[in-house]
Write a protein that binds this ligand. Structure first.
Ligand code: ADP
Ligand code: MG
Length: 354
């Protein structure tokens, strides 16, 4: 095993161990290139859209190719535009597919990349289709998480087809109103925080009309916001949780919400969770959610505190963005990991267990 990316042995670091106890050491050194065929898979994006609905993980393809090329003997990038391209990929049988694509749409049919890869015993980074389905619908994820004994805000899902049923939803105001599917805070704005029936009607209608999807109404969580990066050591199944605090600026009503504009304009700040007890509690919730949803390899769990300071599950991202956003920052803040180390780890971790 000379041509392997392997962990650097841990060195004790008393100052950091306050938040790093029981974590696997994820630092890697680059040995000679490993003889592996890695394919980065993309889909066409003719209009240059930022949020393609069939692409979950966004990253800079060239940068990833450069990083992986330092460690693996053959790294290529392929755009899959037709069923034939997909068939050729299967035939090439790479050792690992690195992709953020969820599905292809060929002649109106959805074909999930991870299903095709599973069927053909080809490894890929991240979770399988079944787990992604559970995470995708925030109502379904909340139900499962609640069943697993993890705290999440009380909620109801308002179906577009059943508009009148929310008249007696049984949740006290203020409530938070958002699309039941989607990410990047699409559909979330100042109007999401709702104090009365009139505002509720307005926001629900806005989501129905603009996004044509069901609506999640849940108790407003007034406290601080966190996201917990999760890394799974796939050989041992040990999970490492990497909480960060995300602080949005106060809006004109004094609330801190990570809404669409705040994320788009990068106005939030991210910081380390220094309090050891809070770090542990957030880590525990993050890991439990990841397990309850059947996550694999890596993910990011969003959490907010209620007025009493209890961590509540908000939503899971089992295909978190792999640019230099929250997931990367959770790795760098908690484990001093560089971006290259993170990308290489996601690959070596998967390859070691395939
Ligand atoms: N129940 C809630 N109470 C308070 N704020 C919430 C609640 N749900 C969501 N938010 C706010 O809205 C943001 C986006 O919601 P989230 O469900 O994480 O959607 P996305 O998938 O777009 O990230 C959260 O980061 C948080 O600031
Ligand atoms: Mg979120």
């Amino acid at each position: 095993m000379i041509n392997q990316i392997r962990p650097v042995p841990s060195t004790p670091d008393v100052s950091r161990n306050s938040v790093r106890e029981n974590t696997t050491n994820f630092h890697h050194q680059i040995a000679p290139k490993e003889k592996k065929l890695i394919e980065i898979i993309t889909v066409p994006n003719p209009s240059g859209q930022k949020n393609q609905k069939n692409v979950a993980i966004t990253f800079d393809t060239k940068l990833i190719n450069n990083i992986l090329s330092k460690a693996y003997s053959k790294v290529s990038t392929t755009e899959i535009a037709t069923p034939e391209c997909l068939a050729k990929l299967v035939k090439r049988k790479p050792d690992l597919v690195f992709s953020g694509v969820k599905y292809f749409e060929f002649d109106g049919n959805q074909i999930w990349l991870n299903d095709v890869l599973d069927l053909n015993k080809i490894c890929y980074i991240g979770s399988n289709h079944a787990a992604l389905d559970l995470e995708h619908n925030k109502g379904v994820a909340k139900l499962l998480v609640k069943k697993a004994g993890i705290i999440t805000a009380d909620y109801v899902v308002i179906k577009k087809s059943e508009e009148p049923t929310y008249k007696n939803m049984g949740i006290a105001y203020p409530v938070f109103v958002k699309p039941v599917i989607g990410g990047d805070s699409i559909g979330i704005d100042d109007l999401s925080l709702v104090f009365n029936r009139e505002q509720l009607d307005t926001k629900i209608k806005q989501i129905f009309d603009a996004l044509n999807c069901d609506v999640l109404v849940e108790s407003y969580l007034v406290g601080r916001e966190f996201s917990v990066g999760i890394l799974e050591d796939e050989l041992s199944s040990v999970l490492t949780a990497m909480p960060i605090e995300i602080i949005a600026p106060k809006n004109h009503r004094g609330h801190r919400l990570l809404d669409f504009d705040i994320k788009r304009l990068d106005q939030e700040t991210v910081r380390k969770v220094k309090n050891k007890t809070l770090h542990e509690k957030l880590s525990e919730v993050g890991k439990s959610v990841f397990k309850a949803l059947g996550g694999r390899s890596f993910g990011r769990i969003d959490i907010r505190l209620c007025a009493k300071g209890l961590p509540h599950f908000v939503e899971a991202n089992l295909m978190p963005g792999l640019s230099k956003g929250y997931f990367y920052r959770s790795c760098s803040i908690n484990l001093d990991m560089t971006y290259d180390e993170m990308i290489l780890l996601l690959c070596s971790n998967r390859l070691n267990s395939c």
